[in-house]
Design a protein around this ligand. Structure first.
Ligand SMILES: Nc1ncnc2c1ncn2[C@@H]1O[C@H](COP(=O)(O)OP(=O)(O)OP(=O)(O)O)[C@@H](O)[C@H]1O
Ligand SMILES: [Mg+2]
Length: 674
């Protein structure tokens, strides 16, 4: 299972909305990414800042060494120059000690040395400029002087004992005397005192002309409570600059582990002379002689510090040179960077939140629209919705497909509705057709049984009628001379003829008379029939119109019988329009139909609906006054039926009547029995 599949199975995630899921994923990525990169970035930057600070301190320490060594070299130069000139040997050889003392004393003062002392060739002091009355002591145990006694000038840092300081001048011993103070982190016992001093000391041999050593001149500066070097270092490195009311940097000279010259201030604002170095640094620098480079809590603030051992002539560590740079500007810088990172991170999260909000809105809005549209459609709503989404992405394409689907749905629904409607119409049409067929069937059934009855009656009547007529004619011939009887016999013959016509009509209706079919142009037959009736008085007020389709083919019909049908219908129409009107003859073909149609329309009185089913019945007539027989349409029906055709009527009372005759286009010779 892939990750998405797995996530999709977590029920809580499933319940969240798409927007929440998208936004939270964005946020997750941004927050995790942001936090990680901020942490790494901050760490990198902070490390770089701290590294830079450490490098700077290291560099500062070398500057401090320059200053320190410059001081030592200056003493060396003063001592060496003073010793190497001719002045000291001259004064010594001439015994002008007072003058020598004056000369050296001036030299000491001129160059700011604490001591400038001359020994003889064995190291015994013969002249002290700082403490003139103290002489005769042996300084040959001093390794620096020993070196000079061997003819080599030397300049080193040296620890000077209290006893020697006393010899050189009690004020110096006093200056060197320092009470060590309890200091946090320093090695116990905290309290104590420092009586010896630390001195920048140089010695040089005094030679006579032959190069013989006459003595040694040595001079020095006591470092205890001498702030020249440390203040110079500070002003060189940090100027007078202060940061948040704190010294930007400090420098210190330690004797052993005790501050003897410093510009680090204690709680009271005095120089923190007598305070001690922490045990950790003491061990690393003094005991192991290593460089110490780290942050350290110096008296009351954190400093980035560098400590390096100060060595004496033997190479053993006697003190420490220290520079420290206030850490807070760097910490503040680092914090600024961290806060900036944090600020940028927060801003980024907000931006992403905003962006993801817009993006998800862009994605979700069309989806929501689609959901609501789908719901509306499902509830049977309007299909003429149109999602107006202009984006070209997947969502845009989805919306496009959705719109397309709507159009197709709409079409399908329309088609379904149309289909339903046409189905209804078709059902109605079919029902009407069925009804018509049914009534036609009933009609033809009825007429068929009537036909059988009529033909039976006609046959039965026909023979007696023939007898009556034959004997009536015989009687007329025999009674030629009796005009009275002759008249009555003529009446018998006339009425019998009438009966005989009726009987023939009945036989016609019953299809007893077989049609003599031959090819005929129905249009011509119509025109011919019209010429027969046009001149008759009943048609004088009737306008006859013809609309005959010349395409109608020749068909097989009994022309006499069909003409009789036309005549029957025409006479009925004339009867229906006593005051005149219009008569319309139309012939036409219906495509796909195997019948030709003849439509005869009049503008007469019309047929009441109740009579419509009866007009084809034999003897149905509404013309009793005119002695109508009611056989006209019955005979016509029989003729058309025998031609395998159909005759129908449509009528509206007061408006007119239309007879439609359908004749088969491919009629055969045979005749269908009733
Ligand atoms: N065009 C028509 N307009 C109005 N009624 C008609 C029309 N044609 C037929 N009829 C009605 O149909 C009945 C039957 O007609 P049919 O021709 O069979 O008999 P008839 O005309 O009454 O008598 P006959 O035709 O024997 O003189 C008529 O009496 C008449 O009521
Ligand atoms: Mg008639």
């Amino acid at each position: 299972m892939n990750l998405f599949g797995f996530l999709a199975k977590i029920p809580l995630l499933n319940r969240l909305s798409l927007r929440t899921k998208l936004v939270s994923s964005f946020l997750f990525v941004v927050i995790v990414g942001g936090v990680l990169s901020s942490l790494i970035g901050t760490k990198l930057v902070a490390d770089t800042i701290i590294l830079q600070a450490r490098n700077k301190v290291k560099y500062d320490l070398s500057t401090a060494w320059l200053v320190y060594n410059q001081s030592l070299n200056r003493i060396r130069d003063v001592v060496q120059l003073t010793a190497s000139g001719r002045t000291i040997p001259d004064y010594l050889e001439s015994g002008r000690i007072k003058k020598l003392e004056e000369f050296l004393s001036n030299r000491r003062k001129e160059f700011g040395l604490d001591i400038l002392t001359l020994t003889d060739a064995k190291g015994k002091v013969i002249l002290r400029t700082h403490h003139p009355f103290q002489k005769g002591d042996d300084r040959s145990s001093d390794p620096i002087i020993q070196k000079a006694l061997k003819g080599q000038p030397a300049a080193f840092t040296a620890i000077v004992s209290q006893e020697e300081l006393q010899q050189e001048g009690s004020d110096l011993a006093e200056r060197a005397f320092i009470i060590t103070l309890p200091t946090p982190k320093a090695k116990e016992p905290a309290a104590g005192q420092e009586t010896s001093g630390m001195m920048l000391k140089a010695a040089a041999p005094v030679l006579d002309d032959s190069g013989r050593i006459l003595g040694v001149l040595y001079g020095g500066t006591l470092l205890n409570r001498n702030y020249q070097i440390v203040d110079q270092v500070r002003s060189l490195l940090y100027g007078e600059g202060r940061y948040k009311d704190k010294d930007m940097g400090t420098a210190t000279i330690f004797q052993g582990g005790v501050r003897i010259s410093t510009n680090v201030l204690n709680e009271k604002g005095d120089r923190a002379i007598g305070t001690r170095i922490s045990e950790e640094v003491f061990e690393a620098v003094v005991q192991q002689g290593q460089l110490w480079l780290d942050r350290a809590f110096v008296v009351k603030d954190w400093y980035i510090t560098a400590y390096e051992p100060i060595r004496d002539i033997t190479g053993s560590t006697v003190g420490i040179l220290y520079v420290g740079m206030l850490e807070s500007p760097y910490i503040d810088l680092r914090n600024k960077v961290v806060y900036s990172f944090f600020g940028i991170g927060v801003l980024g999260v907000l931006l992403v939140l905003l962006l993801s909000f817009f993006i998800t809105t862009g994605i979700i809005r069309p989806l929501r629209e689609m959901v609501s549209a789908t719901r509306k459609i499902a509830e049977g709503g309007d299909l003429s919705l149109d999602l107006s989404i202009s984006s070209q992405d997947e969502i845009g394409r989805l919306a496009e497909s959705f719109n397309h689907m709507l159009i197709r749905l709409k079409q399908a629904r329309q088609e379904l509705e149309d289909y339903g409607r046409t189905l209804e119409e078709k059902v109605e049409q079919r029902s009407a057709q069925l009804k018509r067929i049914q009534s036609q069937l009933m009609q033809s059934e009825k007429l068929a049984s009537l036909g059988r009855l009529a033909s039976g009656v006609a046959h039965e009547i026909n023979s007696p009628l023939t007898g009556i007529l034959t004997f009536s004619h015989l009687l007329m011939r025999k009674l030629k001379d009796n005009p009275e009887l002759q008249k009555e016999l003529e009446l018998i013959v006339r009425e019998t003829n009438r009966v005989s016509i009726i009987v023939r009509g009945l036989l016609d209706f019953a299809r007893e008379s077989k049609p003599q079919k031959r090819p005929c142009n129905i249009n011509e037959l119509i025109l011919h029939t019209l010429t027969l009736i046009e001149r008759q008085s009943v048609f004088q007020n009737i306008r006859i119109m013809k609309n005959l389709d010349p395409q109608i083919p020749m068909i097989l019909v009994d022309t006499n019988q069909i003409q009789q049908v036309f005549l029957n219908i025409l006479l009925n129409a004339a009867d229906a329009m006593p005051a005149g009107g219009a008569l319309n003859f139309t012939t036409f073909l219906v495509s796909g139909d195997s019948f030709m149609q003849i439509k005869i329309t009049d503008t007469g009185c019309g047929i009441p609906e109740k009579n419509l089913n009866q007009i084809f019945d034999p003897f149905f007539t509404t013309k009793a006054d005119k002695k109508g027989t009611g056989l006209g349409l019955a005979v016509s029906y029989g003729i058309i039926d025998r031609h395998r055709g159909q005759i129908e009527v449509q009528s509206e009372e007061g408006k007119g009547t239309t007879f439609i005759i359908k004749l088969p286009l491919n009629a055969t010779e045979d005749v269908s029995p009733l």
